[in-house]
Design a protein around this ligand. Structure first.
Ligand code: ADP
Length: 613
């Protein structure tokens, strides 16, 4: 397999220290998070130190021939102290999740806000998509970086403090033991970092295998694909992909395990060396009579404790490095620079009856990663109140033109102007208010019909009713028992939600557009999911929809252009033909040719449906 992890690796923007500070600030903003962490660490350290002293103190008392009562008191005292501390630790561990979940959700909220508010072109940027995937992975559940961070910090602090306490204790025997223990621990730390780095350097390779596996999993559970899998016998093909993923995963896991094994063996050798030096020294001193049996026991237990503390510390440090990478991804995603001015630009007041004239001036645009521009030196003026129809073959650039007009995309060169001013000058959020639209890929949110039409929790029901009526779907909605309160989207409302047909949804989207009552109307294939009769009905209502508005109507059905003042036929990155429907037909060019072709098939289709064949 290609060992590509290193070349592709990107350095995180924020380092470990900065990410720890970031999380601590977040923790401080949520009551209890830092306090609880402090209590957990304190109780953990206290339990460890109490446990360390229990047996040696008892043995010391025996050595001094303490009375039965004294021995009983020592045992009872230690047991009660341990019980109390364990109880405290169990309690704080039981309540620590509440605040930690709040911290994670506050970060997730920022990710969602960025996603909801970011400028449209970012959605086409692969880097932004990657950052989004990483940011979501870091916040999606209770075992992801932004929540496990606290557990890791606890592990590091508890083990670190215990290590220091034990080290100072051992130093009482001979201060030089600090030196040997610290040296060997630092060596172990460097080795662990070296072996941990393998995982970090190969993380892209691992992610690619999981992406592939995930894709296979999505294919297997997709109901949309289920039909194709059966009809086209895709099962074998998909199983081959799965076998390939399993082979890659086995190979990767094997290499990863071998790497870990080497690291573990070196770790064990260093543990033996560190503790062996201390044990040998303690034995020598004890045999020379320099230490009592209880003192020997105390230092012996302390030295033994190093192994678990150092292991805990090193594991914690490895984990926090990985979590820091993920926390950095979240911060990088949320701080991705926006290409538009959302605020701080020129204010744009939307007035009903206001004049809004648009112009594309020498606009060239290509999608990221695509060589050929969709529009090239494109010029178009759209007068206020004009109804423009945009037609063209698939891929001619109609939707892209509308995206540029609506300010979702920015030209690579040239300008889109509103009343003579480059739209980049305006606050983009104000600019969006100009448009009421039905796009091809519309969205229906889990909520009621009225909420979807009004896009709010407090719909004006009279207006909702009027808009549904205008869109020709009021009667259909009133047939549902809940009428306009009928829920949509089974994902959230599996029991109550209704399934609307494609055509009904399109009409609902028309009602939403009408409710917004914006001065510019954009309709991108609004009748694609409608049958011929419903399509005719929409054409007849078109005048009513657009009132005096400036409007742009994209349709693959050339017949729809008759309702518009002007038609442009897009192709080859520009306008191929332009005029009214009648003018274009009279020209006898490409438009007329396409129109004839379409009407012929349309007539044949209707005839066939009427039993003409
Ligand atoms: P139309 O609406 O006329 O069918 P579009 O504007 O949707 O055409 O697309 C124009 C061209 O741009 C097509 O070749 C299409 O494949 C390409 N395209 C559309 N969206 C993207 C995208 N997000 N990334 C890359 N290419 C795209």
């Amino acid at each position: 397999m290609k060992d590509s992890g290193k070349e592709k690796m990107q350095k995180p923007v924020y380092g470990l220290g900065s990410n720890i500070l970031f999380m601590l600030r977040r923790g401080a903003a949520h009551p209890g998070v830092l306090w609880i962490l402090g209590l957990e660490v304190a109780s953990g350290v206290a339990i460890s130190v109490t446990g360390l002293y229990m047996a040696p103190v008892f043995l010391g008392l025996l050595e001094k021939h303490g009375s039965f009562m004294e021995l009983l008191l020592v045992i009872a005292g230690f047991s009660l102290a341990l019980m109390g501390l364990n109880g405290l630790e169990a309690y704080v561990k039981a309540i620590d999740l509440v605040g930690r979940i709040q911290v994670r959700l506050s970060i997730l909220h920022e990710i969602n806000r960025k996603l909801g508010e970011c400028s449209f072109p970012l959605l086409f940027m692969p880097e932004f998509q990657d950052r989004k995937t990483n940011a979501q992975a870091a916040t999606k559940n209770n075992v992801c970086a932004t929540e496990l961070f606290w557990e890791t910090l606890y592990e590091i602090l508890k083990n670190g403090i215990c290590f220091l306490v034990y080290l100072l204790l051992i130093a009482r025997v001979n201060p030089l033991l600090i030196l040997s223990t610290t040296l060997i621990t630092v060596l172990g730390f460097m080795w662990t970092r070296h072996f941990d780095r393998w995982g970090y350097d190969h993380r892209e390779e691992e992610a690619a295998i999981h992406r592939k596996g995930n894709y296979f999993y999505q294919c297997a559970k997709s109901t949309a694909l289920a039909k194709d899998i059966r009809i086209f016998g895709m099962k074998e093909w998909l199983l081959d992909i799965e076998a390939d993923v399993r082979r890659l995963l086995r190979d990767f896991s094997g290499r990863s395990e071998r790497n870990h094994l080497a690291g573990d063996i070196i770790g064990i050798v260093l543990d033996l060396l560190r503790n062996g030096i201390i044990y040998a020294y303690l034995l020598a001193v004890t045999l020379r009579g320099g230490l009592s049996a209880s003192e020997f026991l105390l230092y012996f237990i302390a030295a033994t404790g190093f192994t678990s503390q150092v292991t805990g510390l090193l594991t914690g440090v490895g984990k926090i490095y990985r979590q820091s990478l993920e926390i950095s991804s979240v911060r990088e995603f949320c701080e991705t620079e926006e290409p538009f001015l959302f605020e701080g630009g020129q204010e744009l007041r939307i007035e009903s009856g206001g004049l809004y004239e648009f112009e594309f001036r020498d606009v060239t645009f290509r999608y990221p990663g695509v060589k050929k521009p969709v529009l090239e030196h494109f010029n178009l003026k759209l007068k206020s109140g004009e109804k423009l129809a945009v037609v063209g073959l698939n891929g001619a650039g109609k939707t892209t033109m509308v995206r540029l007009l609506c300010g979702f995309l920015d030209p690579d060169s040239g300008e889109v102007l509103l009343n003579g001013v480059n739209i980049r000058e305006y606050n983009r959020r104000d600019y969006y208010k100009l448009f009421g639209a039905v796009f091809q890929d519309f969205s229906v949110l889990a909520g009621s019909v009225a909420e979807n039409v009004s896009q709010s929790h407090t719909p004006d029901m009279d207006r909702v009713q009027a808009c549904l009526e205008q869109a020709g779907i009021r009667e259909r909605m009133e047939r549902f028992p809940e009428k306009y309160g009928t829920k949509l989207q089974k994902t959230l409302y599996p029991e109550e939600a209704v399934e609307l047909s494609g055509g009904e949804l399109q009409r609902l989207m028309l009602a939403r557009m009408l409710y917004k009552d914006a001065p510019v109307t954009v309709l991108d294939e609004p009748t694609a999911a409608l049958d011929a009769l419903a399509e005719k009905d929409i054409y007849e209502r078109y005048e009513d929809f657009t009132k005096g508005n400036t409007s742009v109507y994209i349709s693959h059905r050339l017949a729809s252009t008759r309702f518009c003042d002007r038609v442009i036929l897009l192709g080859n990155g520009g306008i191929l033909e332009e005029g009214t429907h009648e003018e274009l037909m009279a020209q006898g060019g490409r438009y007329a040719e396409l129109f004839e072709l379409q009407s012929k098939y349309y007539r044949e289709d209707v005839a066939a449906k009427q039993g003409g064949y």
